[in-house]
Design a protein around this ligand. Sequence first.
Ligand SMILES: NC(=O)C1=CN([C@@H]2O[C@H](COP(=O)(O)OP(=O)(O)OC[C@H]3O[C@@H](n4cnc5c(N)ncnc54)[C@H](OP(=O)(O)O)[C@@H]3O)[C@@H](O)[C@H]2O)C=CC1
Ligand SMILES: O=C(O)C1=N[C@H](C(=O)O)C[C@H](O)C1
Length: 251
Amino acid sequence: MIKIIMHGCNGKMGQVISEIVRNDEELTIVAGIDPYTMRENEYPVFNDINKCDIIADVIIDFATATAVDKLLAYAKERKIPVVLCTTGLSEEQLKTVEETSKEVAILKSANMSVGVNLLFKLVQEATKMLAKDYDIEIIDRHHNQKVDAPSGTALAFADKINEVLDNEYEYVYDRSAERKKRSKKEIGFSAVRGGSIVGDHDIIFAGLDEVIEFHHSAYSKAVFAKGAVTAAKFLAGKPAGRYDMSDVIKF
Ligand SMILES: NC(=O)C1=CN([C@@H]2O[C@H](COP(=O)(O)OP(=O)(O)OC[C@H]3O[C@@H](n4cnc5c(N)ncnc54)[C@H](OP(=O)(O)O)[C@@H]3O)[C@@H](O)[C@H]2O)C=CC1
Ligand SMILES: O=C(O)C1=N[C@H](C(=O)O)C[C@H](O)C1
């Protein structure tokens, strides 16, 4: 039985993961971490990760960016692998992820769905063929409770695209103060926030007189939760290192 610590257990994703794990014979949540401890959970919940001395094989994280520093320090000290799903991390935090992964296994992915991870590959292929003549823009649409913009997935798409463009493209997040045309080597971001949209992403290649678009819609949070649970099974017992969903989902 793989023992999990659920970081952010009483948030929206934490609750969906708890439900999936409840019906999975290979997994059990042994502890949860969340500032909100009044909810009835079937496992003990700690309002501070450092209060949790329960032994686990892997941590699944869906919390908030400000909680990630403590999480990484805890994982490093106790050598517990982390499936790191929280988005909106700062440059400094991304460096800490890299440093920490030298001591403990970390699988970081801004999007745990099968569809987005397949699209990462398709969009990279399209970029090789289209980037010379087409402008690249990314739109993400999410619910009104989301705190980070652009989404982690939108940034991950841009990083995948830029990887095949020798990282020469600049990211443009806001054109409202600009009085100039877009340059060729840029990737523009737009973020829509409203209602209960689970998570939509459009990758737009706009050329002369035609537009090619790649679109992904998540219709429920379960697509992310299932991916995180599969990733946790993969990561438990793995040696230190940086992993991502391409290690888990093979196309
Ligand atoms: N990689 C992926 O596939 C996906 C990533 N995400 C990302 O996961 C994160 C969580 O999403 P979601 O569940 O919708 O958000 P929620 O706000 O619903 O849940 C986050 C939970 O984390 C709790 N939290 C706050 N501080 C801490 C802390 N120090 N330690 C532990 N828990 C803490 C929050 O408590 P409180 O409300 O009291 O602050 C809340 O219960 C976001 O960054 C989101 O972008 C989401 C979906 C998919
Ligand atoms: O906050 C969310 O809900 C989501 N966040 C992730 C992101 O920032 O890309 C993934 C997913 O789209 C849902």
